[in-house]
Design a binder for this molecule. Structure first.
Ligand code: ADP
Ligand code: LRH
Length: 492
């Protein structure tokens, strides 16, 4: 039996989860949970990286006080964001948040220099305005002073690992999300990097998930009063970890990782890089054990989170369950949004933006919180159907239902409405998918679990999965047609 610790940093909160594997069953204990609030300074939006590092140390201390004998730790986080390390080993500046507005319009500008087709052919990654490639392009244009002093490019989990171990490594699953990594050559795309005018030497050795990435360095051991605990590279992109933990029993399965973002797709062995995948803006993100995630990003519960924040700013506080309750009482199918409309990307007055969308599209305008949340949740459920249908087409598979993992499964109304919209069952669980995938990769690395399929079976045996059967299918089917019309979502 070994105790291991997973740090899972989502865009809305982070947690330290202690895992134990006894007689083929996993038990977990949430030792520490902390908010991950972005910080706006003037025009710029940052992550509070040093606070996150502080919270990681708090998690390690709690594990020690809990009596855990840690055989390893691993860290996963949201993708695409990064920081620079100088020659002397110091962190240069504070990492920017991917929702910072500096990248607005940059993707299109870069296409004039490097055609979109070429970027997709080289990387297989979907076009999101905030991908690292466009963030770096914007920095170059703005002559960011950090570029002059940078010696190493590290992504968020790489940075935190580096603070703990003193070792500078990149990690495969996260590296692929930069849109600067070539999955065919399985290397950083040196030519793409050079054409951005950036030194390829910044981009370091890429570890596979499951590789040993160092041990806690002496200063950290001394500060926390702990030993030289091994630190593993896991699937450090949180979505990569979440998909490891999908409790599927068959090779062909569809998943929805449902948190701040909704990531819907399937797992494949080789990236699908063709004209159709590019046109429908599918991605091929690197995963554990040579797998890829063919999926699309959907704006997700971020829109709901931002509504909640806005109402809080106005002095009206609602819990998530309260908002779900209000949505349940509101009128059905009154109006729809396209969750992926660019107006929903940046932080701000989201209720107003939802209303604006409805005005622009000539629909009834939701006014009350319950009406607004209902509009968001129904629209998400319909978007899930749309993306599942596209995933089936592109991958040439047919899925009998959808696995849902992540904090969003606490929203039972969304789970049920998703089943209704799909006309197929939804299997919801586990909620802490990313943390469990993180733990599973550490156990696989230590030889305690054989492979990803044994991990999935153990997770299925250890945690409940709730089945949602489709209801009112004809009414949802009818409303789906209206949703497609109103939002202009492509069904082919
Ligand atoms: P991330 O990892 O991206 O920070 P999580 O996977 O923790 O996100 O999911 C957070 C989301 O889950 C919240 O935005 C909220 O919409 C939803 N959620 C969490 N708890 C509940 C709850 N009790 N009822 C309804 N929704 C919930
Ligand atoms: C989800 C996620 C997603 C990325 C986004 C930046 O947390 O990692 O997979 O596209 O954050």
């Amino acid at each position: 039996m070994s105790d291991i610790l997973a740090f899972d940093l989502g865009a809305s909160s982070g947690r330290a989860i202690l895992g134990k594997l006894v007689n083929g069953k996993i038990t977990t204990e949430e030792l520490h949970r902390f908010p991950n609030d972005p910080v706006q300074v003037g025009d710029r939006l940052y992550w509070d990286l040093l606070r996150l590092y502080h919270e990681i140390k708090q998690g390690l201390l709690k594990a020690k006080h809990n009596g855990a004998e840690l055989s390893s730790i691993g860290i996963d986080s949201w993708a695409v964001d990064y920081g620079f390390i100088a020659e002397d080993g110091s962190l240069l500046g504070n990492p920017l948040h991917y929702r910072d507005r500096a990248t607005e319009g940059k993707m299109e500008q870069l296409f004039a220099e490097i055609p979109a087709e070429e970027i997709f052919a080289r990387t297989g990654i979907q076009f999101l305005t905030f991908n690292t490639i466009y963030q770096l392009y914007a920095r170059k244009q703005n002559q960011s002073p950090e570029l002059g002093a940078a010696a190493h490019f590290l992504m968020i989990p790489d940075l935190l690992r580096y603070f703990l171990t003193g070792e500078k490594y990149n990690e495969f699953s996260n590296a692929t999300t930069t849109q600067l990594y070539n999955p065919t050559t399985r290397q950083w795309d040196a030519e793409l990097i050079a054409r951005l005018g950036l030194p390829v030497e910044w981009f370091g050795e890429v570890l596979e998930p499951g590789a040993l990435a160092g041990r806690l360095q002496p200063s950290v051991q001394e500060e926390l009063g702990v030993g030289p605990i091994p630190v593993y590279a896991v699937a450090e992109h949180d979505t990569g970890s979440a998909v490891v933990a999908v409790p599927a029993l068959e090779k062909s399965f569809a998943y929805l990782s449902c948190g701040t973002w909704s990531l819907l797709g399937t797992e494949i062995d080789q990236p699908i890089i063709n004209e159709e995948a590019q046109r429908l803006n599918f991605t091929n993100e690197g995963g554990f054990g040579g797998t890829f995630r063919l999926l699309k990003n959907i704006m997700g519960l971020w829109i709901l989170q931002e509504c909640r924040r806005e109402w809080e700013r106005e002095g009206k506080s609602y819990s998530f369950p309260e908002l779900v309750g209000l949505a349940g009482e509101a009128k059905s199918f009154a109006s729809f949004i396209n969750p992926d409309d660019p107006s929903f990307l940046a932080p701000g007055d989201m209720p107003e933006r939802v209303k604006d969308y409805c005005v622009r599209t000539g629909q009834a305008v939701p006014e009350q919180p319950g009406e607004i949340i209902r509009c968001i949740l129904e629209s998400l459920a319909f978007t899930y159907r749309n993306v599942l249908e596209l995933t089936e087409r592109i991958s040439g598979q047919t899925f009998s239902g959808l696995h849902m993992v992540g904090g969003g499964i606490h929203n039972t109304l969304l789970c049920q409405w998703t089943a209704n919209a799909l006309g197929k069952p939804v299997w919801a669980g586990p909620a802490e998918g990313s943390a469990l995938g993180n733990l599973a990769v550490q156990w696989i690395a230590q030889g305690e679990i054989q492979d990803i399929w044994e991990a999935r079976r153990i997770i299925r045996d250890s945690f409940p999965v709730t089945d949602y059967k489709p209801e009112d299918v004809a009414a949802w089917d009818d409303a789906y047609r209206r949703f497609l019309q109103v939002t202009g979502s492509s069904s082919n």
